[in-house]
Design a protein around this ligand. Structure first.
Ligand code: NAP
Ligand code: ZN
Ligand code: ZN
Length: 350
């Protein structure tokens, strides 16, 4: 089946209209007409080959909300007409320990998990194409149920990456009542991190380099906001955090944050900048047994749990809707940290 898409033909060409082929609907597949797709900073990193191993044409997009248009004969979890979501994964080996644990993002199979875009199909080198397109076909295991209301659907799309990428580490490191949790970088991921940590009952401190975002961060649910470029404001929080989630998309000084952790506190990195952070000093880590960790998106069961939690609590993203043709200007604003707080493409405009 041919489908309209927006693709980068190389790392140096802007995204533009393109036609791609989707595979036929297999027995366990769900065919989805895409309604909305969020714009993750990863889409920009990938389209511009700021990371290694990109293949072109590249069709980004892994925050997908759509309506089921057809199902294979063995599909039991979804029906034609259902509103569903697809995130960063469309396949994994389903047999390894990680997959059995519902942590498909850490799949230990020969090719790891299959990415929604730029994924290596069956080791053949053939590319997967993401959500900047009119339709997608995905194995039912990787299709999520969406129970948000019809008016909330566009704003629910970013939950499929920004939501789960912050939910998973917040849960893993025990964000909740009595815990002081920092969220560094108030972009797509960070603004969801604030909302989710607040909903989990933690005391939330937002770290931003943009003083213009202070009021917004409070509205999003932050109890306090720190301008991270101001050393005095940072020092006031020395040795006080149980957990800091660092979503910053650019290399920066981690030693500005690590001393803010209390004994046994952890800072977890989710941002993936195009070049490394300067190496942090060891002293800040060893003297209080502090941890520096990483986390990758989230597994399918915990993604469903997060989506259901958000629907129950009325949680969505703060979004700016754009038409497909405006993607390049959205990327430009994203580079300048000027997004409030996630662009979402209205796919009827493709
Ligand atoms: P985003 O919307 O662009 O937000 C990133 C935020 O980082 C900006 O809004 C800004 O916040 C801060 N920032 C940017 N440049 C900075 C600089 N030079 N110094 C300090 N702070 C800076 O990006 P996103 O979509 O949230 O993604 C964030 C990162 O996570 C990206 O690298 C993305 O690829 C990665 N990611 C990782 C995973 C994973 O599984 N680990 C999943 C999704 C995305 P302030 O204005 O508040 O400072
Ligand atoms: Zn993403
Ligand atoms: Zn596996």
């Amino acid at each position: 089946m041919t489908t309209k898409a927006y693709a980068a033909q190389s790392a140096t060409t802007p995204l533009g209209p393109s036609t791609i082929t989707r595979p036929p609907v297999g027995d366990l597949d769900v065919a989805i007409d895409i309604l909305y797709c969020g714009v993750c900073h990863s889409d920009l990193h990938a389209a511009r080959a700021e990371w290694q191993g990109m293949r072109y044409p590249l069709v980004p997009g892994h925050e997908i909300i759509g309506r089921v248009s057809a199902v294979g004969k063995s599909v039991s979890r979804h029906r034609v007409g259902d509103v569903v979501g697809v995130g960063c994964m469309v396949g994994s080996c389903r047999q390894c320990v990680a997959c059995q644990d519902g942590l498909e993002q850490y799949c230990e199979g020969p090719h790891g998990f299959l990415q929604t875009y730029n994924g290596w199909l069956d080791g053949t080198g053939e590319n997967t194409y993401g959500g900047y397109s009119a339709a997608i076909t995905v194995d039912e295991h990787f299709v999520l149920r969406i129970s948000h209301s019809a008016e909330q659907l566009a704003a629910a799309a970013p939950l499929l990456c920004a939501g789960i990428t912050t939910w998973s580490p917040l849960r893993h490191w025990g964000a909740g009542p009595g815990k002081k949790v920092g969220i560094a970088g108030i972009g797509g991921l960070g603004h969801m991190g604030i909302k989710l940590a607040h909903a989990m009952g933690a005391h939330v401190v937002a770290f931003t380099t943009s003083p213009a975002k202070i009021q917004d961060a409070k509205h999003l649910g932050a109890d306090e906001v720190v301008v991270s470029r101001n050393p005095d404001e940072m020092a006031a929080h020395a040795s006080s955090f149980d957990f800091i989630l660092n979503t910053v998309a650019a290399p920066h000084d981690l030693d500005a944050f690590i001393p803010l952790l209390k004994r046994d506190g952890t800072m977890t990195m989710v941002g993936v900048p195009d070049s490394p952070h300067p190496s942090p000093g060891v002293a800040n880590l060893i003297f209080k047994r502090r941890g520096l960790a990483g986390s990758l998106i989230g597994g399918i069961p915990e993604t469903q749990e997060m989506l259901d939690f958000c629907a129950q609590h009325g949680i969505t993203s703060d979004v700016e809707m754009i038409a497909m043709k405006d993607i390049e200007s959205a990327f430009e604003r994203m580079k300048k940290s000027d997004v409030k707080y996630r662009f979402v493409i209205d796919m009827s405009t493709i």
